[in-house]
Design a protein around this ligand. Structure first.
Ligand SMILES: O=C(O)CCC(=O)C(=O)O
Length: 246
């Protein structure tokens, strides 16, 4: 990993709720991740429970892989790497626990969009010391559905939600924010680069209509001190019951 200036990273993260880290993974590590994802989808996925994945509308192309930390030794070991945990610890204000490894695969031509949301509507943790490392496996361009983040939105707490009806992103913001797209931070990344966003930072992404896949690998961590908030959990349970599995 290209080790960033940690005090600067922490200051930027606390202020903006999102930071970009160039070369989070090396080219060789990106190649290894891609190979393991291909192998897992080819050899293992069909035997896993249905909550291991969400398909796109064609019912066969992967939109998301979920719970890879449970189903793949390779991804559990990646998520538990000590250098990554050391980077995450000051951002979650405590001992980092790997809470999930997943993909937002955004395949070429049919990759679906992700509605405006705050991840804590899914994670339901208080205090909100939880975050996602979003690692580009493919290049993320303006055209293939980059993630847009509203800097500073994590400071306003949880916003009202509503079920979105989108498979894989069942709960979204009740109202889209008033911040225009041009004022939002666009996560343009080369393979191996990453963004880290706090779980209450508002973000979204558009469908991928290009011929180029936009595969992202996500590592999710929480501080060991966080606890499940029953009210958030109730709203999430209702949304996920309408459009399972996430
Ligand atoms: O990859 C995307 O398009 C959306 C990712 C996302 O919603 C997340 O990281 O929570």
């Amino acid at each position: 990993m290209n080790i960033p200036d940690i005090p600067q990273l922490v200051a930027d993260y606390e202020r903006d709720g999102v930071v970009r880290i160039p070369l989070f993974l090396s080219a060789d590590e990106v190649t290894a991740v891609r190979a393991e994802l291909d192998r897992y989808i080819r050899d293992d996925l069909a035997a896993q429970p249905v909550d291991a994945r969400t398909f796109e509308k064609d019912e066969k192309t992967v939109r998301n892989l979920w719970r890879l930390e449970k189903y793949s030794t390779f991804f559990r070991q990646l998520g538990e790497r000590e250098d990554i945990r050391a980077l995450i610890a000051p951002l979650v204000h405590g001992d980092p626990i790997l809470a999930g490894v997943e993909t937002f695969s955004k395949p070429a031509r049919i990759g679906s969009g992700v509605p405006y949301h705050q991840d804590n509507a899914y994670f339901c943790q208080m205090p909100p010391d939880m975050l996602t490392v979003w690692i580009a496996i493919d290049a993320v361009t303006e055209a293939n559905g980059p993630v847009f983040f509203i800097k500073g939105s994590h400071k306003d707490g949880m916003q009202p939600t509503k079920p979105s009806g989108v498979r894989g992103n069942s709960i979204g913001l009740a109202e889209p924010p008033s911040v225009s797209l041009s004022e939002q931070f666009c996560g343009l990344l080369e393979p191996g680069d990453a963004t880290i966003h706090q779980c209450e930072t508002i973000h979204h992404s558009a469908p991928n209509t290009t011929d180029f896949s936009r595969l992202g690998l996500l590592l999710v961590y929480r501080g060991s001190h966080t606890q499940t908030d029953p009210k958030l959990k109730e709203a999430y349970a209702a949304a996920v019951a309408a459009t399972p599995p996430a």
